[in-house]
Design a protein around this ligand. Structure first.
Ligand SMILES: C[S@@+](CC[C@H](N)C(=O)[O-])C[C@H]1O[C@@H](n2cnc3c(N)ncnc32)[C@H](O)[C@@H]1O
Length: 297
């Protein structure tokens, strides 16, 4: 039986003057218990609302997932191109001698929603890793706070995932004067465009969702630690609709795709959502990234 689609969530319009007035009145009638700040009281109210609505929310989410699965099944049945593009997991993977570390030492800089998003992105990296024709193992570093808690409650099977190592060690614990040259911190904030992914290197991706609130965070960390830095050569190949700061899971997946085609343009186009990539005649030829920046893209 086909389930009814849930109504799409839309951004709330700005409050009308009547609504503002209503809120003002409601505020006057608030009864805040003595000894509790308004901020704390609002927090308690929010928690209470969550407790009252969480069952419905979870039910809605289950329905949404079910509908997504139905749509996928339908597409797999009817859309040949889509069916061919959904790669099967390879039986064996080609060695690269490249490692990826996701640096999750930024747990404290994220709110709970961002922690959930980060946990989902790591799961998405795991899926990309399993489907890639090349071996690109992942270490999750500083996995010892809220991100870990999230996994323990929502994805407890993570401990049996293969090729991905969740560990509490920090990045600093892995680096010695002898092995420092093997590490490259990836960051959009350097001018050093990466040309290719090299054997023997460990590429570090920042494990943070911050909508770029914390500018230069990874750049400064890598600089302090004296690590090499590189950015993906986005500006040389494509033009994107926003700043060149990508989410962690896209960065990892682009690396997987690059190994499969050895072509950055193709890797970007395969991974980045079409809405992010500016299509058209002015798609980039091999152009220097700095030039792209000067043009104000
Ligand atoms: C959402 S970004 C984090 C942004 C954060 N404000 C920062 O300072 O890096 C997640 C991570 O993806 C990697 N990343 C994002 N865009 C990149 C790019 N254009 N080139 C290289 N790495 C990138 C970086 O490792 C970054 O830490």
């Amino acid at each position: 039986m086909e389930s009814q689609p849930l109504p799409k969530k839309t951004k709330a319009p700005p409050p009308t003057p009547e609504e503002i007035e209503r809120r003002r009145e409601a505020r006057k009638n608030e009864v805040i218990p003595p000894g509790v700040s308004r901020r704390e009281w609002k927090k308690q109210q929010k928690l209470q609302r969550w407790e009252e609505t969480k069952d419905q929310y979870r039910q809605d989410m289950r329905l949404k997932k079910k509908q997504q699965r139905e749509r996928k099944r339908e597409r797999l049945r009817n859309d040949d191109e889509y069916r061919n593009s959904v790669a099967k997991r390879p039986k064996s993977q080609i060695a690269t001698n490249v490692n990826i570390a996701i640096d999750c030492e930024f747990d404290d800089l994220m709110n709970q929603k961002e922690i959930v998003s980060m946990a989902n992105q790591i799961r998405s990296c795991y899926s990309s890793m399993r489907h890639c024709q090349y071996e690109l193992p992942i270490q999750i570093l500083s996995f010892n706070k809220r991100l870990k808690e999230r996994y323990e409650t929502s994805n407890p099977e993570y401990t049996s995932w293969k090729g991905i190592n969740f560990q509490s060690e920090r990045l600093a614990d892995l680096i010695t004067p002898e092995n420092k040259h093997q590490f490259v911190y990836l960051t959009a904030d350097t001018d050093n465009d990466i040309q290719e992914l090299s054997s023997g290197k460990t590429y570090i991706i920042g494990g943070i969702v911050d909508k770029n609130r914390h500018k230069n965070l990874c750049f400064n960390k890598a600089k302090e630690m004296g690590l090499a830095m590189a950015r993906l050569p986005i500006g040389q190949y494509i033009k994107i609709n926003s700043r060149d700061v990508l989410v962690t899971s896209h960065v990892y997946e682009i690396m997987c795709r690059w190994f499969e085609c050895k072509d950055w343009r193709e890797a970007f186009n395969k991974v980045l959502p079409p809405r992010k990539v500016v299509q058209g005649d002015d798609e980039k030829d091999d152009m220097n990234g700095e030039e792209v920046k000067r043009k104000g893209w």
